[in-house]
Design a binder for this molecule. Structure first.
Ligand SMILES: [Zn+2]
Ligand SMILES: [Zn+2]
Length: 320
C-alpha cells in the first residue's frame, strides 16, 4: 500500500507552462488560471509594466525619468524592468532618486541595496536626507511628536513626497516613477473610501495631475500584485531590504490589507476589480489637466493652500 502510494506520487508530473507549453511551470496565477514557467512569468510582468506605461502615456522617447527607489523588492524590481526597457529608448534617461528619512538600522541597510543595483546597471544615484532638507531625521521627528495625533507614517509620507520632488527638480527630471503595486493601490482606494476622502481617492490614478511646480508622478508598477512582485524578486535573484520599517503603518491600513488578502485568496481578481473600478470612478480628466496653483507663503513651494502641508507639519513638529 505504502509503496503503491509513493509510486503514484512520483509519476505525478509538474504541469507544463500554459503559455509556451514546453517548460515546467513554477507559478500558478489564480485570477487568470495560467501556470507559468520561469521565463514566461518574468516576461509577463515586464510586458504588463510596458503596457501600463504606454496605456497611460507615462514617458516620452526622451524623458528624464527619476525612479524612486527605496531598496525594497518592488522598487528594485521596477528599476530592473525600466533599465531593460531603456534599451529600446536610447534617448530616455534613468536616474535613481532615494530619500534617506533617517531611520537607524533600516534605511542605511536598504540604501546599500540601492547603491549595489545602481552600480550594476550603471545608473546615477541621487540621495536626499530628511536631515539635510528639514534639519531632523525621522527618528528625531518621532521622538518630538510622540504624543501627537498623527502616526510617524503620516509625517514621513508628506515629507518624503516633498523630498522626492526636490530631488527630481534638482536633477531636472520631467517625471518621477514610483513602485506602488496593485495591493498598495487597492488598499489606498478602500482606505480613502472608508475615510470618505474623495480628494485623496484620485491619488490611486496611475498618473498624477499636471500641477505647476510639481514633477509629474507615474506608477508603472500599479498592475503588479504584491505576491507576483515577491516571486519576481526571487526568480531574478534581486537582493533587497526584506525587514519591514520599524514604524508600523496605520492600524486601518493593516486591517484593510488583511481583509483584501483574504478576499483575494477566496475570490481571485478582487484587487484588479477594485483598481479598475477606481479608474472608472476617477474622471478621465485626471492626469491631463493643468491645474493652477499658488505658492506656499512660508517655503515658496507650490501648494493648493496658503501654507503647504509640509510646512504645516514642520511647524507642528518644531513646536515642542
Ligand atoms: Zn513558459
Ligand atoms: Zn511650505
Amino acid at each position: 500500500m505504502y509503496e503503491k502510494e509513493s509510486l503514484t506520487h512520483q509519476s505525478k508530473k509538474i504541469p507544463l507552462c500554459t503559455k509556451c507549453g514546453v517548460k515546467p511551470s513554477v507559478y500558478f496565477r489564480p485570477y487568470s488560471g495560467e501556470r507559468l514557467c520561469k521565463s514566461c512569468f518574468i516576461d509577463s510582468i515586464e510586458f504588463r509594466v510596458e503596457r501600463t506605461i504606454s496605456r497611460f502615456d507615462m514617458f516620452k522617447f526622451n524623458s528624464r525619468i527619476a525612479v524612486a527607489v527605496s531598496g525594497g523588492k518592488d522598487s528594485l524590481n521596477l528599476l530592473r524592468i525600466l533599465w531593460r526597457l531603456e534599451e529600446k529608448y536610447p534617448k530616455a534617461e534613468l536616474i535613481v532618486a532615494s530619500v534617506d528619512e533617517g531611520i537607524k538600522d533600516y534605511r542605511n541597510e536598504a540604501l546599500k541595496f540601492v547603491k549595489e543595483s545602481c552600480k550594476q546597471y550603471d545608473i546615477e544615484l541621487q540621495v536626499l536626507s530628511f536631515k539635510e532638507l528639514y534639519g531632523l531625521t525621522l527618528d528625531e521627528i518621532v521622538v518630538k511628536t510622540m504624543n501627537k495625533e498623527l502616526t510617524p507614517c503620516s509625517y514621513c509620507g508628506v515629507l518624503r513626497r516633498r523630498a522626492l520632488n526636490q530631488i527630481a527638480k534638482r536633477i531636472d527630471a520631467d517625471v518621477i516613477a514610483t513602485a506602488h503595486n496593485l495591493d498598495d493601490i487597492a488598499q489606498t482606494a478602500l482606505l480613502n473610501l472608508i475615510r470618505g476622502d474623495l480628494n485623496r481617492f484620485s491619488t490611486v490614478y496611475p498618473v498624477s495631475t499636471r500641477i505647476q511646480g510639481f514633477v509629474r508622478k507615474v506608477k508603472p508598477y500599479c498592475e503588479i500584485p504584491e505576491r507576483e512582485s515577491a516571486m519576481l524578486a526571487y526568480l531574478t535573484e534581486i537582493k533587497f531590504q526584506s525587514i519591514p520599517c520599524p514604524y508600523s503603518e496605520s492600524a486601518m491600513r493593516n486591517d484593510i490589507r488583511r481583509f483584501l488578502n483574504k478576499m483575494e485568496s477566496k475570490r481571485p481578481g478582487t484587487m484588479f476589480t477594485i483598481y479598475k473600478t477606481s479608474l472608472n470612478l476617477i474622471s478621465a480628466k485626471v492626469g491631463k489637466e493643468e491645474e493652477k496653483i499658488r505658492l506656499c507663503e512660508i517655503c515658496g513651494e507650490p501648494s493648493q493652500t496658503k501654507i503647504c502641508r509640509t510646512c504645516e507639519l514642520l511647524k507642528e513638529i518644531k513646536k515642542r
